[in-house]
Structure formats: structure tokens, C-alpha cells
Design a protein around this ligand. Structure first.
Ligand code: BMA
Length: 372
């Protein structure tokens, strides 16, 4: 409070104070839209302390499909193996910008909304990524044929208005996540992920650091303007950082970001262990320095061919760091050999049960009060 004269309007709003324009009128639109819901604030607090108990386990598209099934009620490959749902579920909003009814992996947005509400009812958490199409070429997120795409959506760019419309589609979805009792379900939004690589149109070699940060700010500001008050925001680069400075090179700022993480996958065991240790050491330092919860926002070993991967590779490394959660990618039903969680009969399933039984791993039944 004593720094009040140095606070920007958004800081005032974040602090729950009103801001005035030059004529002394209250900027009510911003005030109303920027005030986070109580549940969202509580989620952030709990994400910062949960490591004292352990870390949550997460799985992408968990209740929507799995190996050999799609759309069955109350089904999840993770639950079929260990008896409980993941504490974190993630889904992807890719193609919501086009106004269609299904995302890029053919999951209906209505289904995603229902599953977000169901996960909230269980007491678990949801994260949303956004593999947004390339607004300049009309191709997908992975179209890196043009290095002017980010510039084109920023203020003054040819695709700016079009892109604001795309952001509004995201905002509408976020605003639609309301329970029967009128609670807006908090979600961890993780757009512009893996930007330290150059495989998405917002990646390292496709824009400058200033443009990347402006992309984040535009996204954040648009959500605020649209009254989206149920989001936390995650920053998650996708290559192994070598230093704290490198990790933070394109960091959009403490006033935008709530959680810091990274995405990394195993290809070669020892290399993965070494890199995971190194990245987690850096991330732990960043989290402390910025006062933010940390997480492994995506990881995994495709097809998990190692029968003891969960308890002999993943767990011994990650249990040494104060992470809030670790999330593995999807069990694709439409692609061969593209799965990261076990299913009944899969070679690592018995080991996954041991991982589940370990006191440090938190599944949905272990989560009591994420929103209180
Ligand atoms: C990738 C793969 C793709 C998928 C995309 C978005 O890593 O799983 O098949 O379309 O994520 O979910």
C-alpha cells in the first residue's frame, strides 16, 4: 500500500483497488473485469504451497479418450490402471479461434467444457494449452514458413483485428466455464508454450523477445477487457535452459505470469535425467526469485517402453524439487504409438501403481482444498 503512487492501473486492480481516469471517473469496466475470483486466487496460493505435501500428477485429454476407447463415461486410462483420476487434467483450445465445434485433435469444445466442470467438481485442476493456427498462412501452429506472423498480429499489424477476434473466442470459452452454482472454474492458461524452440509460429527464431512479450501482453489485456477473471497464466519454454537468465529471456513479466514451468521429453534416459535435474535446479531458483509456483508443464516418454520408468527415472528426480505438478501428454486414440500414460496391460502399468502409491504423488482423491 505504501507504494501506491508507483502502482500502475493493472497493479491497483490486481490489489483490489479502483483506478481513476484523468477526469477522476472510476474505470469500472477494468475494475470489474480484472478482479480475480476468490477460487482463482485460492488456487494460486495453494499451488504455491502444495509441494509441502507432494506434487500433483497430470495427464492431457485424460477423460476424453485413451488407448482403444473414446467418449466412454467416467473413463480414463490413468484411472483404469490405478483407480484414481489425475489431479491435473489438461486440454487444448487449438482451432477454437476458427469458431468450429472441435479442437485440432477432434475433441468437441462442449465436451472439454463438461470435463473441466467435472474435474472441478472432483476437486482437481485444469490447464489449457492453445495450439492456435497460423493467422497469416491459415495453416497450423507448426507452420514456421514465415517470420512475420507475430508482428502481423500485434497492434499496427495487418492481422491485428482478426487476431483480437480469435482472442475473443478464447475469452468467451473461459467465461463459459460456470458451474450450476454460478462459480467460474479457475483454469491455468498456458498459451505461447515452448517458445524457446522454433517449431511454432511464435517460437524463438520467428519473432524478437519484444514481440513475444507483446504477444503475451496483448493476450492478457484482451482477457482482462473481456472480463475473464478465472485464469492463472503459465510460462513454459520447451528447451532445456542453461541459465536463469536464459530461462527468463522472454519472460512477459511478474504482473502477467503466475506459474513458471517447462516442457521436456525423454528420448535418451541418462540425458533426460541430467537435463531434468539441470532444468529443475534453474526453475527452482527462478520460482524462489520471482515468488511463483513451479511445475513440469509437459513431459513423458512416448510409449513408456521402460517397465520401471515411473519409479526409477521420473520419481527419483522430480521428488527432489518443490514442483506443484508434473503432467504427461496424451494417449492418442488415432495415432499409433503416441501415448505417455499407461493403460491396463501396458508394460509400465504395475510400476505406475507403485508411483501412485508413493506418498509424494497426488491424484485427485489426495487433493482436498485447491480452491478454499
Ligand atoms: C502434439 C501431438 C499432436 C497434437 C498436439 C496438440 O504433441 O500430440 O498429435 O495434435 O500435440 O494436442
Amino acid at each position: 500500500m505504501r507504494h501506491i503512487k508507483f502502482m500502475t492501473a493493472s497493479m491497483l486492480i490486481a490489489a483490489g483497488l479502483s483506478s481513476c481516469n484523468l477526469f477522476g471517473q472510476k474505470d469500472t469496466m477494468k475494475m470489474q473485469s480484472s478482479e480475480r475470483t476468490v477460487e482463482t486466487k485460492n488456487l494460486l496460493i495453494n499451488l504455491g504451497t502444495i509441494h509441502q505435501k507432494g506434487f500433483m500428477f497430470g495427464h492431457h485429454d485424460d477423460p476424453v479418450y485413451g488407448i482403444g476407447w473414446e467418449g466412454d463415461a467416467d473413463r480414463s486410462d490413468v484411472k483404469s490402471v490405478c483407480g484414481d483420476y489425475p489431479a491435473v487434467m489438461s486440454f487444448d483450445l487449438g482451432r477454437i479461434e476458427l469458431g468450429g465445434d472441435k479442437n485440432l485433435d477432434k475433441v468437441p469444445f462442449d465436451k472439454i467444457r463438461r470435463e473441466i466442470l467435472a474435474q472441478y467438481a472432483r476437486g482437481g485442476m485444469v490447464s489449457l494449452s492453445w495450439h492456435v493456427d497460423n493467422p497469416l498462412t491459415g495453416k497450423d501452429s507448426w507452420d514456421v514458413s514465415d517470420t512475420t506472423v507475430v508482428a502481423s498480429v500485434l497492434s499496427g499489424g495487418a492481422n491485428h483485428q482478426k487476431f483480437l477476434g480469435w482472442l475473443d473466442k478464447v475469452a468467451d470459452f473461459m467465461n463459459s466455464l460456470t458451474t450450476d452454482k454460478g462459480v467460474k472454474v479457475p483454469v491455468l492458461f498456458r498459451p505461447w508454450h515452448e517458445h524457446s524452440g522454433s517449431w511454432f509460429w511464435w517460437g524463438q527464431n520467428l519473432c524478437t523477445a519484444a514481440q513475444y512479450k507483446a504477444l503475451w501482453k496483448m493476450t492478457y489485456d484482451r482477457m482482462q477487457e473481456k472480463g475473464v477473471n478465472n485464469l492463472l497464466y503459465a510460462y513454459s519454454p520447451g528447451t532445456e535452459p542453461q541459465t536463469v537468465e536464459e530461462y527468463l529471456e522472454r519472460y512477459p513479466g511478474n504482473d502477467i505470469i503466475d506459474l513458471v514451468g517447462f516442457d521436456t521429453y525423454q528420448f535418451e534416459r541418462q540425458k533426460y535425467i541430467d537435463q531434468l535435474n539441470k532444468s529443475l535446479t534453474i526453475l527452482t531458483e527462478v520460482g524462489k526469485k520471482l515468488g511463483k509456483p513451479i511445475a513440469i508443464t509437459e513431459t513423458g516418454f512416448e510409449t513408456i517402453p521402460d517397465a520401471t520408468w515411473w519409479t526409477e527415472t521420473l520419481l527419483p528426480v522430480i521428488s527432489q524439487y518443490p514442483i506443484s505438478y508434473v503432467l504427461v501428454w496424451r494417449n492418442a486414440r488415432e495415432k499409433d504409438n503416441h501415448y505417455y500414460a499407461p493403460y491396463p496391460g501396458q508394460v509400465s502399468a504395475p510400476d505406475f501403481v507403485k508411483f501412485y502409491q508413493n506418498s509424494k504423488t497426488l491424484f485427485v482423491r489426495d487433493i482436498k482444498k485447491l480452491y478454499d
